[in-house]
Design a protein around this ligand. Structure first.
Ligand code: COA
Length: 216
């Protein structure tokens, strides 16, 4: 996720009618939230979510490139999500759709799923996600990603969604495969909170998603 400074991040001054079309599609996507799947609710973030996210990221087994463990970083994460939602509500191009993932039965916040619009590429979105370690291995991340992507393809209809995964992140790589992503290559020298290293690139085209999820 690229840093978001709130200062005309997508060059609104250069906006044209093609962008207006993207905004209309993004607004349809935005209106799908809160979005229900079998066991989950995917919803916009609220300021009150900071405590639950801080508890989640403080789990000793949890690692995600964005966080450094500080509450300030967690607050920045939630604030970024809210600022992006407000941009969408103002009818601007929305850079990110950073969502909270809730357990439908308990109402507990158990994770996060997002797509970030890549700079100046409205047909290109980048998927990322995480789940609280107490809930790993129950299919929640796969369910959240599939439900989220279904809504994205049915509204924004991007030409592709990309994602990256560390080679050793088996759970993430399995999830991407389950949802329909194809591995397309590798890259190195990524600067992030967890340092530099190799990452695998993945790409999802709508037809690959719909082949695996025919009722989507
Ligand atoms: C990646 C992550 C989101 C997966 O969450 P999850 O809810 O456990 O995922 P799912 O239950 O949908 O499982 C997806 C697959 O990974 C497998 N899996 C889950 N945890 C695993 C683990 N620790 N080791 C190996 N495989 C694992 C599951 O069995 C499943 O594969 P299967 O269907 O073949 O059995 C979670 O591990 C996480 O939050 N990791 C930290 C953040 C991160 O790495 N995010 C991805 C980068 S954007």
């Amino acid at each position: 996720m690229a840093p978001f400074d709130g200062n005309d991040p997508l060059g609104e001054s250069d906006r044209d009618s093609a962008d207006d079309d993207v905004v209309a599609k993004q607004q349809a996507f935005q209106q799908t939230f809160p979005l229900e799947t079998d066991r989950l609710i995917i919803r916009e973030m609220e300021p009150e979510d900071v405590d639950a996210f801080q508890e989640l990221i403080s789990h000793p087994e949890f690692h995600y490139y964005y966080f450094d463990g500080s509450r300030a970083r967690t607050e920045a994460f939630v604030n970024e999500a809210i600022e992006n939602r407000k941009a969408g509500e103002r009818g601007e191009l929305r850079r990110s759709f950073m969502m909270a993932v809730e357990n439908k039965t308990t109402g507990a916040l158990i994770g996060h799923v997002t797509v970030d619009m890549l700079d100046k590429a409205p047909d290109d979105y980048d998927l990322a996600y995480f789940i609280h370690p107490d809930h790993w291995g129950r299919g929640y991340a796969t369910e959240a990603a599939a439900g989220f992507l279904k809504a994205l393809f049915n509204t924004v209809a991007p030409e592709q969604v990309v994602a990256t995964a560390h080679p050793e992140n088996i759970a993430s790589r399995k999830l991407l495969k389950h949802v329909g992503f194809k591995e397309t290559g590798k890259m190195t020298q990524i600067d992030s909170a967890d340092g530099k290293g190799e990452r695998l690139w993945y790409r999802l085209e709508p037809r690959n998603f719909h082949d695996l999820h025919p009722n989507a």
